[in-house]
Ligand binder design. Structure first.
Ligand SMILES: *Cc1c(COP(=O)(O)O)cnc(C)c1O
Length: 484
């Protein structure tokens, strides 16, 4: 037998490199606001620095770590950065990073109770903790999925299972009634994607109009359901949103729940971003009516300081969910199946990461109060900035600000033409992004281009928001001067 090196990296090498990497992470996180939030790279530039072929001979871990600085960091958009105010200000906290690291080291598969009892039991426990923190009733059964998109896919699959007499598991949708699902024009694209994935098609998704605050209009919803029924379609599900992706508007869930009860429709609530503030007593109301939902999701990776990926999925009807997804081959049967919950039975994934660890670390370290205070701080910063924007003669907000996300634009009083305003705001955004110091995103509201500024990052303090507002005004003043 020829001698080949086998086994893992030597323990002492791992220990040394691991300590060095933790030091590197600590330094990186503490110096984030000294570096640009956005990289300066053109497409392909990073790949061009990487070898075409994998190395045949192993390399030292020191060489790999050195290339993190040399190749990886220059291509980074820093989501943990205090000036990251695009999309949503998500951040991974110290305890969550440690939980994630431990989960990689333990490397369990949480598919069955027996494949790692503590992974299932800790997951059930943290989901119960979070349920109580959010003020949701005991009847809500919980599991962790990778993303809001997966949680919504599971919810709609369960809703379909509940609605059809047709044996969809055996026959697919062939010969089934035409199903219809309702959500608002402002709902996340994951709703439509779930319909595509489940073979329902985009035409099964009816997008209900919204009011002037971008909330689903329940009158239009009930009209649509009634008309569809009369036309021979089968209404089966409504997806309401608490914290829509563009403006963070909150759909009127109590009124929607009434309609769902009257028409026997599954109510799923997407509270990926907007659910987390419900852990604070004064914001508990954002989830009003959600106790009547059949399913609901909140993303700890959006606003509970846990790194991607982690979505908390709840349903009052786990038996229906299981009926939709359970498929157990002989080799996965265990003699405990009557006594335990095997979480692979409730979703698409068989192999499941030990995501509960990072959530457990985070909730324990900050406590529900500490988490709430951090969320409230972000909301207070955004409310103060929204007021400054509205007080400025050349700026306006374009939607209410229920949380910490502001949709706004420059609008000098003498300019009325919407296409000119669009162009100006597009240029303003481009100029801001070109500086690499502040990351904002955009959306379109009633046809108008809106800049979108979201505060929520753990590293974002008042001074960063002040600097961001100063930068926006400076860029605007320069553009305005150029124009006139
Ligand atoms: C971010 C977001 C999503 C998508 O979340 P993923 O976890 O990336 O799938 C869905 N819905 C809403 C309201 C969101 O804000």
């Amino acid at each position: 037998m020829t001698h080949v090196p086998i086994g893992d990296m030597p323990t002492e090498d791992f220990r040394r490199a691991g300590h060095a990497l933790i030091d590197w992470i600590a330094d990186h996180l503490s110096r984030l606001d000294k570096i640009p939030v956005l990289p300066d790279v053109r497409p392909g530039e990073i790949r061009a620095q990487l070898p075409l072929e994998a190395p045949e001979q192993g390399e030292s871990i020191d060489d790999v770590l050195a290339d993190v600085d040399r190749i990886i960091m220059p291509g980074m958009t820093h989501w943990n950065h205090p000036n990251f105010m695009a999309y949503f200000g998500i951040s991974s906290s110290g305890p969550a990073i440690l939980g994630e690291l431990l989960s990689a080291a333990l490397n369990v598969n949480a598919m069955l109770w027996t494949t790692c009892p503590v992974a299932t039991e800790l997951e059930k426990t943290v989901m119960d903790w979070l349920r109580r923190m959010l003020g949701l009733p005991e009847s809500f059964w919980g599991m962790i999925t990778d993303s809001a998109s997966s949680s919504t896919l599971q919810a709609i699959a369960a809703a379909r299972e509940a609605a059809l007499d047709h044996p969809v598991r055996q026959k697919g949708l062939f010969g089934a009634p035409r199903l219809r699902l309702y959500t608002s024009e402002q709902a996340h694209s994951s709703v439509e994607k779930a319909a595509v994935t489940l073979g329902l098609g985009t035409e099964s998704v009816y997008k209900i109009g919204v009011d002037s605050s971008y909330r689903l209009d329940p009158v239009l919803l009930e009209q649509a359901v009634t008309a569809d029924r009369q036309a021979g379609l089968l209404p089966f599900c409504v997806v309401a949103t608490v914290g829509t992706t563009s403006t963070t508007s909150i759909d009127p869930v109590p009124a929607i729940a009434d309609i769902c009860e009257r028409h026997n429709l599954w109510l799923h609530v997407d509270a990926a971003y907007g659910g987390s503030p419900a852990i604070i007593a004064e914001y508990r109301h954002v989830l009003a009516g959600c106790d009547r939902a059949d399913s609901l999701l909140v993303n700890p990776h959006k606003w509970l300081f846990v790194p991607i990926d982690c979505s908390a999925f709840y349903t009052r009807k786990p038996a229906v969910l299981k009926q939709a997804f359970s498929l157990v081959p002989e080799y996965l049967k265990t003699n405990r199946d009557d006594e335990v919950e095997n979480l692979m039975d409730y979703g698409v994934q068989l192999g499941r990461r030990f995501r509960a660890l990072k959530l457990w670390f985070t909730i324990r370290y900050f406590g529900s109060r500490g988490l709430g205070e951090r969320i409230r701080y972000a909301i207070d910063l955004a409310q103060a900035l929204a007021k400054k924007i509205d007080d400025h003669p050349h700026f306006e907000t374009l939607a209410p600000v229920p949380y910490s996300t502001i949709c706004f634009r420059a609008h000098p009083p003498e300019i009325e033409d919407e296409s000119v305003l669009d162009r100006l705001n597009r240029t303003l955004l481009d100029n801001i992004l070109a500086g690499q110091q502040l990351f904002l995103s955009h959306t379109r509201l009633n046809g108008r281009l809106a800049l979108r500024l979201a505060i929520g990052n753990l590293y974002t303090r008042e001074k960063h928001v002040d600097q961001a507002w100063k930068l926006i005004q400076e860029q605007w003043d320069a553009l305005y001067k150029q124009m006139s």
